[in-house]
Design a protein around this ligand. Structure first.
Ligand code: GTP
Ligand code: MG
Length: 206
């Protein structure tokens, strides 16, 4: 056993990973026996693609053609030591209000109460400006003192110049510091080293 838990040891390359469960209500949450990273963001932003890239699988987590399909918290266990949790995407207008409120309750209480939660990765599209719901989530996480890491994804769709400009605009729009965010592409894997070392800061558990 090493002294420190390091995600870098197995994330970003092929590692053992198992689907554990889909959670639709709090009572279904698996026991918090491993450190946990949750992935949040608007529908279709690339949450599942990022998780697949992290564990080097093409289609472990289903990448959706129809946005807003995932309505549960999906738990994946990497190397029998770290939970990766794919959260339902927000901001999809076609979801009925009743369902929307139910998810919001589930996700809010999960984020507030989950003791093993080490980091909430909030993913936004580098090409777009900060949306109200992104700002609300980020503000809420900051207000509650929850560990937040921003990932600005789909960087492959922009030139290097545009990336820097957009990233700075998102920093300002969301109120996050440069050290709290990573520019990433699930398509090319760009930003992976940055993402892993950032995650390690949150997972620095003896
Ligand atoms: P929901 O589960 O519906 O909320 O979506 P999601 O956030 O999990 O997004 P998903 O990973 O399913 O990706 C949505 C679409 O964006 C897919 O067509 C992906 O191929 C594409 N995509 C995701 N990440 C990237 C990226 O870094 N670059 C490019 N070019 N496309 C991406
Ligand atoms: Mg998804």
């Amino acid at each position: 056993m090493s002294d420190h838990f390091s995600a870098t040891e197995f994330l970003g390359k092929s590692c053992k990973v198992d689907f554990i469960t889909s959670v639709f209500k709090s009572s279904q949450l698996p026991s918090p026996e491993y450190p946990e990273i949750a992935f949040a963001g608007r529908s279709n932003v690339g949450k599942s693609s990022l998780i697949n890239k992290l564990v080097n699988r093409r289609n472990l987590v289903k990448v959706s053609s129809r946005p807003g399909k995932t309505q549960s918290l999906n738990f994946f266990l990497a190397e029998e030591s770290l939970y990766l949790v794919d959260l339902p995407g927000y901001g999809f207008a076609k979801v009925p209000r009743k369902i929307k409120n139910d998810w919001q309750g589930l996700i809010t209480s999960y984020l507030e109460k989950r003791q093993s939660l080490c980091c909430v990765v909030v993913i936004v599209d580098l090409r777009h400006e900060a949306k109200t719901q992104d700002r609300e989530l980020v503000g809420w996480l900051q207000m509650n003192g929850l560990p937040l890491l921003m990932v600005y994804t789909k960087a492959d769709k922009l030139s290097r110049n545009q990336r820097n400009k957009q990233a700075a605009a998102l920093d300002a729009g969301l109120g996050v510091a440069r050290e709290e965010r990573v520019v990433f592409s699930a398509k090319t894997g760009e930003g992976m080293a940055d993402l892993l070392s950032s995650l390690d800061r949150y997972l620095d558990i003896p």
